[in-house]
Design a protein around this ligand. Structure first.
Ligand code: FAD
Length: 544
């Protein structure tokens, strides 16, 4: 047993869109909140990096209803969405978008209503934005401002949660590593929310920030919670590949396609789709179309497809993206003359912690929100749904965690927990091992998989697990990035194993999971898989 260093009603781990929304909602119920992030508050993770659009069926300009949005979400999910979660996303999402407008996020307007663009998989223009390439920063800034105004929310940056603490099977808080000092901090909480985002840093080519290697999934597993749908990693099909660009985002071509179309071509100059898709095809289908061109020898020189805007006039390009066109020119790219090369890049995770509609996990006192949660998107996510999910699930988790904490206050003492962050192992190079992990996942667990590739991945993960050793290198109690890297790697290896195991078992192709040895989508596989830890073993179960 130990005395807690900090004590709160609701502990929120992760201060992206979901975590900040959860903190605001929990404080709104009268709870004291501790909002903790391994980065600066509101500046780590994916939310601040998101650039484009946010989907919500606000009916101000284009007649719409959240049930139409739900129908599109379910269709994109290829039969695997948890309908209750998907409905929550679509229905509560509308209120959150309106609340964000009241908080002055600055959604772009068109006449009397919100401006909306059409995104792939949506049946009508449904995606709001602040300003192309600036939506995420505006969302983060708005939520940070709200969080700062609420005295009941205490913010703590540079704190990495390393373990959920349990007593009699219930979550009673967490251990965190104060990254700057190397100290381990025990936090007692009435309820704890995991809002740590996704896992795409497991892959070599990704759109992730440094903090997105799946910490939250590992925290949940080790606490006894279930994960679901872990095989479904979304690849963004048109990540920039070549020529080299400096100071520009690899996802930048999506807004170009929103506004201008753009042709996706193979090495022979043929459309990758039999009929030019007009930017309506969902991400899974486009990803696989590009990769099949590459496999069949019709890829671009750098190993992707060409994205061409040469049919769009210089005036139209400048009218839509003037400042960006200048930045491209500085990189030697002239879109009126040259096509660029693009290829799929790991971008989002459909799977995650299994929760109820109240965002409660199987572990009493433990909740989850945002990209950390699995189920709403099934086997494939609609573009624009992730930020809406962060808002809607964050708000829901905050409310329900506060109610739980009101019934069950933070304990006066904490269990000792594992002492890994205080242990001292032999010297090692976790960064090199992490790079090996990323290469392994990219080669063998990308969008196209097979029994052979997944077996290679499984063997590689076992070898990396052996190389990891039992304890982090360096001395405890001092600032040491190598220890943080080791702790990251330990969590990432567990999460990668969950992805591989779920992908091995699903012997069909569906959405983001395509098996080269099982190409069909099979009715008997129209169910999710969930996983939990029993001792050191990951155990997989089917969920109807
Ligand atoms: C480049 C990019 C562009 C995108 N564009 C769009 C878009 O246009 N529209 C859309 O809908 N979606 C978009 N997405 C997806 C969307 O941004 C995310 O799914 C969503 O923002 C996730 O929000 P979140 O709060 O769940 O997680 P995040 O915003 O990722 O926040 C998670 C937080 O948890 C912290 N954290 C992680 N581990 C720990 C730990 N152990 N201890 C403490 N803190 C921890 C991280 O530092 C981070 O601050 C984009 C994603 C990326 C990467």
């Amino acid at each position: 047993m130990r005395q807690p260093d900090l004590n709160t009603d609701v502990l929120v781990i992760g201060a992206g869109g979901a975590g900040m929304y959860a903190a605001i909602a929990a404080a709104g119920q009268g709870a004291r909140v501790l909002l903790l992030d391994r980065s600066l508050i509101g500046r780590g993770g994916a939310t601040v990096m998101a650039q484009m659009t946010v989907s919500a069926a606000t009916a101000d300009r284009h007649a719409d209803h959240w049930e139409y949005h739900l129908a599109d979400t379910l269709a994109a999910g290829r039969g695997l969405c948890d309908e209750g979660l998907a409905a929550l996303l679509c229905e509560a999402g509308v209120e959150c978008i309106e609340q964000m407008a009241e908080w002055r996020v600055g959604w772009a307007r068109d006449g009397d209503g919100l401006a909306k663009v059409q995104a792939p998989g949506h049946d009508r223009p449904r995606c709001v934005y602040v300003d192309v390439l600036n939506t995420g920063p505006a969302v983060s800034r708005t939520l940070r401002a709200q969080v700062q105004r609420i005295p009941e929310i205490r913010r703590l940056g540079d704190m990495m949660a390393t373990e959920i603490l349990l007593r009699d099977g219930e979550a009673v808080g967490a251990m965190a590593l104060d990254i700057a000092s190397g100290r381990c901090i025990g936090i007692a909480a009435g309820a704890t929310i995991i809002a740590t985002g996704g896992l795409t840093r497991l892959y070599e080519r990704n759109s992730a920030s440094a903090n997105m290697a799946g910490d939250g999934y590992a925290l949940a597993l080790r606490a006894g919670a279930r994960l679901r749908d872990m095989e479904f990693v979304q690849f963004f099909p048109i990540g920039h590949l070549a020529p080299r660009m400096i100071g520009m985002d690899p996802l930048m071509w999506d807004p170009f396609r929103y506004k201008l179309g753009g042709r996706l071509l193979n090495a022979a100059g043929e459309d990758v789709f039999a009929h030019s898709d007009g930017y309506s095809t969902t991400r899974d289908v486009t990803t696989h179309a590009i990769l099949r061109e590459v496999r069949e020898g019709r890829g671009s020189p750098a190993g992707g497809a060409f994205l061409s805007f040469t049919h769009v006039g210089a005036d139209a390009l400048r009218a839509a993206f003037g400042p960006v066109v200048d930045k491209l020119a500085a990189n030697g790219i002239d879109l009126t003359r040259d096509a660029v090369e693009v290829s799929p890049i790991a971008h989002y995770h459909m799977g995650g912690v299994a929760v109820t509609r109240e965002m409660a996990t199987d572990v009493p006192g433990l909740f989850a929100a945002g990209e950390a949660v699995g189920g709403a998107s099934g086997a494939n996510r609609l573009s624009g749904n992730a930020i809406t999910e962060a808002f809607a699930f964050g708000r829901q988790a905050g409310r329900h965690a506060a109610r739980h904490a009101a019934r069950r206050p933070a304990p006066a003492t904490l269990p000792a927990g594992e002492t890994l962050a205080q242990a001292h192992g032999p010297d090692s190079n976790p960064v090199a091992l992490f790079e090996a992990l990323q290469i392994l996942m990219t080669r063998h667990v990308g969008p196209l998989r097979s029994a052979a590739s997944l077996a290679e991945a499984q063997a590689g993960l076992a070898a990396l697990g052996d190389a990891l050793g039992q304890a982090p290198p360096g001395r405890p109690g001092v600032h040491d990035p190598a220890r943080v890297d080791w702790l990251d790697l330990r969590q990432a290896l567990l999460v990668a194993s969950a992805v591989v195991q779920a992908a091995q078992t699903r012997t069909e192709s569906r959405g983001a999971h395509q098996r080269e040895d099982f190409a069909e989508t099979l009715p008997q596989w129209q169910h999710s898989q969930s996983q939990r830890l029993r001792g050191h073993d990951l155990v997989l179960e089917a969920v109807a």
